[in-house]
Design a protein around this ligand. Structure first.
Ligand SMILES: NC(=[NH2+])NCCC[C@H](N)C(=O)O
Length: 284
């Protein structure tokens, strides 16, 4: 019998930025999940969002709240509005005109909070929708939303090596629908979302990754948030939750059924505010 110890996982306190779905609706379609002919229950969306926020709070995390803006129904997906690493902020530039003004709301919030290093990007990037942070690398998705030029801009701004990954399935239009960072350099991903070359890159960098299936991914299981130990993910992704448990993580299923109607779930609603890393000054 093969025995291997399941590692003990440790949670570290995080700071998240979220935006309530006060004006949530599906009136346009910019990804295959969005069907404007189907009704959404905004009150239920709000209750699901509050439940997610309360779970973060009960795990000891901090949640900052961005004021929602009327006319921006996708603003609940706060992960798309910026990328914050080492307390420095790279703003977003949305691919679709319907979401463009969200980028301004995020930039204003960071400036009002006193963040000093706030950069308005030149190229299209949808924040943590396409950018993920591991201890060694920044992972960057392209193919549907973020521009490959934004990957170079990401690397130059943060001074961390960027690994470009090509997304090939329109259902997984953002990196955070196909891959989640668990802890350090540990990730979980769905290989079928990536081009052959990107799959090989992922195998090389993350030989011990937890692998997900299309079934996990269509339940939005990769749209997960991990604090090093707890993994918050949509409750429908049960097979993935079991696999994460076998790797020592503690999965926590949450109901995000209304938000999934717009093509987003746990991670999309959660932008991580990373205050400090190893102090290697970019402008040194
Ligand atoms: N981080 C995410 N994947 N966010 C989901 C964004 C959903 C939004 N309706 C869009 O298509 O842009």
């Amino acid at each position: 019998m093969r025995t291997h110890a399941v590692p003990e996982r440790t949670a570290t306190p995080r700071r998240y930025l979220m935006c309530p779905p006060t004006y949530f609706e599906v009136t346009y379609s910019i990804n295959p999940w969005m069907d404007p002919t189907k009704p959404v229950d905004r009150e239920l969306a709000l209750a699901q969002w509050e439940d997610l926020r309360d779970r973060y709070l009960s795990l000891g995390h901090t949640v900052e709240v961005l004021d929602p803006v009327p006319g921006l129904p996708d603003m609940v997906f706060a992960a798309n509005g910026a990328t914050v690493v080492d307390g420095r902020v790279l703003g977003a530039r949305f691919a679709n005109p319907q979401r463009r003004d969200e980028a301004t709301a995020h930039l204003e919030w960071f400036r009002a909070q006193g963040y000093r290093d706030v950069h308005e990007p030149e190229h299209v990037n949808e924040g943590e929708g396409d950018f993920a942070v591991t201890s060694s690398w920044l992972l960057a998705g392209k193919g549907f939303r973020s521009s490959p030029f934004a990957h170079a801009e990401l690397q130059e701004f943060f001074g961390r090596p960027v690994i470009s990954l090509e997304l090939v399935d329109p259902r997984y239009y953002h990196l955070d629908t196909a891959l989640a960072v668990l802890d350090g350099d540990e990730v979980v991903y769905n290989p079928s979302a990536f081009s052959a070359g990107s799959r090989a890159v992922l195998r090389r960098l993350f030989p011990n990754a937890v692998l997900a299936t299309d079934e996990d991914a269509t339940a939005f299981g990769l749209n997960a948030v991990c604090d090093g130990r707890h993994v918050l993910l949509p409750q429908g992704a049960q097979a993935l939750a079991a696999r994460l448990r076998a790797h020592g993580y503690e999965p926590i299923g949450v109901d995000t059924s209304e938000l999934i109607k717009a093509g987003g779930s746990v991670k999309c609603c959660t932008q991580e505010l990373r205050e400090r890393g190893e102090e290697i000054a970019v402008a040194a």
